[in-house]
Design a binder for this molecule. Structure first.
Ligand code: CDP
Length: 803
């Protein structure tokens, strides 16, 4: 619970401590001194490797491990049967489903974990995999989500008693009756239309630079398990291990050292982690398991795979009245996605976007297929990426059908500043924003009218038969909902989503901040130190941020969904304010005045009206540890802790403009310019914010133009290497043009909103809108991602590719 004695107040105008500064953690990263899971070596450490299924759907007839066990360097071979004996063959997922740790009855996707070999070194472990003989009886796989619910479709999850189909969940949001009413009116009225489109967000993968892995060390003497692992949520993982394995939680230490990117890929618990733990218990030695690139791409959680039908009721002069959406979500063989319990389709409910609608409704159905578990929130706050993509494509399709300018259509429908706080038609309360202003800043920066004039000129030359690239201009306006979340509404597996922070100020005036968030490269060691520095008048260099070790940090649910700054950042500001209030009492004793006579000014406590009589935090810290007489009941020292339960999510927004050149003869797309105006409230470190935006924009180029993981009819994964699954490089990216507007979050202690994922959310629709816009002379209304040259060329021929 929040400490009621700590006042939340609006962000200071120019807080001391905020501003661009180089990342403190880069001192080790740029010198190659980062310390990742695979860098850790323990005495006597063994290595594990996973045997994976070559088939997408098959019954396991037998597993013969004798040859592997006879390998001179092999210490153990663990199968589903071994785990079943320990009650660990299946584990709970973060969505109240179950997932096979090692397959016992059958395999359900290509790449599923079947056996785990433990050997002296990783090469021997991998060699021994080839000695395991598994007999499979192939079954027909379920690959197409659209037919997964058909009568007679093979049942993927026949391990579940009584299960006769591939249905996972039905979820809806909004008011169905009110929405249908608006649609009925629109269909009947002369001056209104209903615009419909089928939009696919294809299956993509977060593909972090560092793959997933774990090093487990069960100390047989103390009974303490230490697990160094690639997790975005060390505390949540520890609690789950305690629940599943029955180990006491205080006997488990989860350490998440430097992490080479997460993007949602490292939120869940993978079978390899559990196998490493079991292997350490079985062998009595530390056991390390690190997956390779193909294992990461083929078997860890995927994202998206949302098949969406959207309908918009709109007046012919462009007033959007209602949106109705039907979604089929392919969650693969195990529903392992991490999202708050009440939201099986995540925050897809924000599909109403940034617009003032009379009514809205969506229905989402989740299905099992024979693919690796899907539904991971890849760099997005629980399905917001899909929601934003859908609404921003729909708005452009409306503009196309009504022959309106997409910027004008957006301006006509965007929420206005005076409507905040705004309750959306699906019940979300947007905290703050000035959307028309943000869009106008982006349009001005882009030189929108000049671009339209150039586009007209190109089209004229194209129609005259000249070989010119066509120019496309694509807009997107997004609202994110980040900072999950208020405990009354949000939990993951029953764990509330509040975050702790503790702050210790040493006698010599330096401080250590412990947070539950876990950085994966976002710069928390710098920005969180800046928050404390701003609150206490210190230098960020004097504050050490500790994270990623459950023995050293307070409980919290970790870093994903851009929740660090909205939740842990808020906890940090609050705990610093607690320390500041303690410091006030000590300063009053030092200055021999009443605490009421002190005011916080210029980073120090000073006697009102007497700037000479003041004390800095460093001076106060020393006194707090000294023999100074303090008032009755006041403890010494300057340490504090707090738990922050956010009252609401924060709602960053942004207006993006993509400018592309498309060669209609080859389908090649060149992103010429990209203008991104983001509003994430108060920026703690603008340079880090810009870095976050750069990364997300590059992600967007990848998803819009290059990426998509397809499967053949047998369920073979066609994106299992980086020869097939392409990552964008600087060659595909323009020099980003960034801008900002600032509307502080009214409920966040420092007015900050999250930024980490905004650009990944906002950029794909802008790029797709731009490509479709460029193909205007070919009458293209929509084409699905990824817009590879083949897809663009086919769309121009009037035969869009279907994934
Ligand atoms: O949860 P995650 O760290 O991925 O996302 P975030 O909270 O949006 O923060 C990403 C990075 O940007 C962190 O270092 C933040 O402290 C920083 N940031 C900032 O400087 N100002 C903001 N208003 C938001 C984030």
């Amino acid at each position: 619970v929040q400490d009621p004695s700590v006042q939340i107040h609006a962000a200071p105008e120019t807080p001391q401590g905020y501003g661009s500064m180089k990342r403190k953690e880069d001192a080790r990263f740029v010198r190659g001194r980062g310390h990742y899971v695979d860098d850790i070596v323990l005495p006597g450490m063994l290595h594990g490797a996973v045997l994976r299924s070559p088939l997408a759907h098959a019954r396991i007839v037998s597993i013969d491990t004798s040859a592997a066990e006879a390998h001179p360097k092999v210490h153990a071979v663990i199968t589903g049967e071994t785990l079943a004996g320990l009650g660990l063959a299946w584990m709970p997922t973060l969505s109240y489903d179950t997932q096979a740790v090692l397959a016992t009855d059958k395999v359900r996707f290509q790449g599923q974990e079947v056996a785990f070999v433990v050997a002296d070194d990783k090469y021997s472990a991998r060699d021994a995999l080839a000695l395991i003989d598994v007999e499979y009886e192939p079954l027909t796989p379920v690959i197409d989500a659209k037919t997964a619910l058909d009568r007679g479709s093979p049942v993927v999850r026949d391990d579940k008693e009584g299960k006769t189909d591939n249905h996972i969940f039905d979820w809806e949001s909004g008011d169905s009756a009110a929405t249908d009413k608006v649609f009925a009116e629109a269909e009947a009225a002369e001056d209104q239309v209903v615009v419909t489109a089928d939009v696919l967000y294809p299956r993509v993968h977060p593909a972090p630079l560092e793959t997933c892995g774990a090093l487990a060390d069960m100390d047989p003497v103390t009974g303490k398990l230490t697990l160094w692992t690639t997790t975005q949520a060390p505390h949540a993982h520890r609690t789950l291990y305690a629940m599943v394995a029955g180990l006491p939680e205080h006997k488990i230490r989860v350490v998440s050292p430097d992490i080479g990117g997460g993007f949602g890929n490292k939120v869940g618990i993978y079978p390899g982690y559990v196998c490493a733990i079991v292997a350490s218990i079985v062998t009595g030695k530390p056991v390390k398991w690190m997956e390779d690139r193909s294992e990461n791409l083929m078997s860890t959680s995927f994202a998206r795979d949302y098949h969406m039908r959207g309908e918009v009721a709109v007046t012919k002069d462009g007033r959007i009245r209602a949106v109705r959406v039907d979604v089929l979500a392919d969650h693969g063989a195990f529903n392992a996605t991490a999202q708050p319990t009440k939201f099986p389709a995540g925050f897809f409910g924000v599909f109403t976007g940034s617009y003032d609608l009379e009514a809205a409704h969506c229905a989402v159905t989740g299905v099992y297929t024979n693919k690796a578990s899907g539904g991971v929130a890849y760099a997005c706050s629980f399905r917001i990426t899909e929601a934003v993509y859908l609404i921003e494509r729909l708005v452009d399709i409306v503009a196309h059908d009504l022959e309106m300018d997409p910027a004008e259509l957006r301006m006509k429908n965007l929420l206005h500043a005076d409507q905040f706080p705004y309750q959306s038609a699906t019940g979300w309360v947007y905290d703050s924003g000035d959307y028309p202003h943000t869009l106008q800043v982006a349009l001005d920066k882009a030189g929108y009218q000049e671009l339209r004039a150039e586009q007209a000129e190109r089209r004229r030359r194209h129609e005259a038969g000249e070989r010119v690239d066509l120019l496309g201009i694509g807009l997107s306006f997004f609202t994110e909902a980040v900072g999950a979340g208020p405990r009354r509404e949000m939990d993951i597996l029953g764990l509330g989503m509040a975050d702790g922070a503790d702050l210790r100020v040493h006698p010599t005036g330096k401080a250590v901040l412990g947070i539950s968030a876990q950085t994966q490269g976002q710069g928390h060691e710098t920005t969180f130190a800046q928050i404390v520095a701003a609150e206490l008048g210190m230098s960020p260099d004097d504050i050490e941020v500790v994270h990623g070790d459950t023995d050293l940090t307070p409980f919290g649910l970790g870093t994903y969904g851009s929740r660090s700054t909205p939740v842990s950042g808020a906890a940090t500001a609050m705990v610093a304010r607690k320390v500041r209030e303690r410091a006030r009492i000590v300063a009053a004793a030092m200055l021999e005045v009443s605490a009421d006579d002190l005011e916080w000014n210029d980073g120090r406590w000073q006697v009102a009206g007497d700037p000479e009589a003041s004390k800095t935090i460093a001076e106060i810290a020393l006194a707090a540890h000294s023999s100074l007489e303090l008032p009755e009941g006041v403890e010494g020292h300057l340490d504090a802790s707090c738990v922050y339960n956010p009252p609401n999510l924060t709602y960053p927004c942004g207006a993006y403009v993509a400018v592309v050149d498309v060669d209609p003869r080859t389908g090649t797309v060149n992103v010429r310019r990209f203008i991104a105006v983001d509003d994430c409230g108060v920026r703690i470190n603008p340079m880090i914010v810009e870095g976050q935006v750069h990364g997300g924009l590059a992600d967007g180029v990848g998803m819009a133009l290059m990426q998509g993981i397809a499967f053949d009819l047998d369920g073979n994964c066609l994106g299992g290497s980086m020869m097939d699954y392409l990552l964008p490089t600087s060659l595909e990216c323009p020099s980003w043009e960034l801008g900002e507007t600032v509307t502080p979050s009214p409920h966040h202690p420092i007015g900050a909103k999250g930024i980490g994922e905004s650009a990944t959310v906002g950029s794909p629709p802008a790029i797709v809108n731009a490509v479709v816009d460029a193909l205007g002379p070919y009458g293209v209304r929509h084409a699905d991602m990824p817009l590879t040259p083949a897809a663009v060329w086919s769309a121009a021929q009037g035969r869009p590719l279907r994934t």
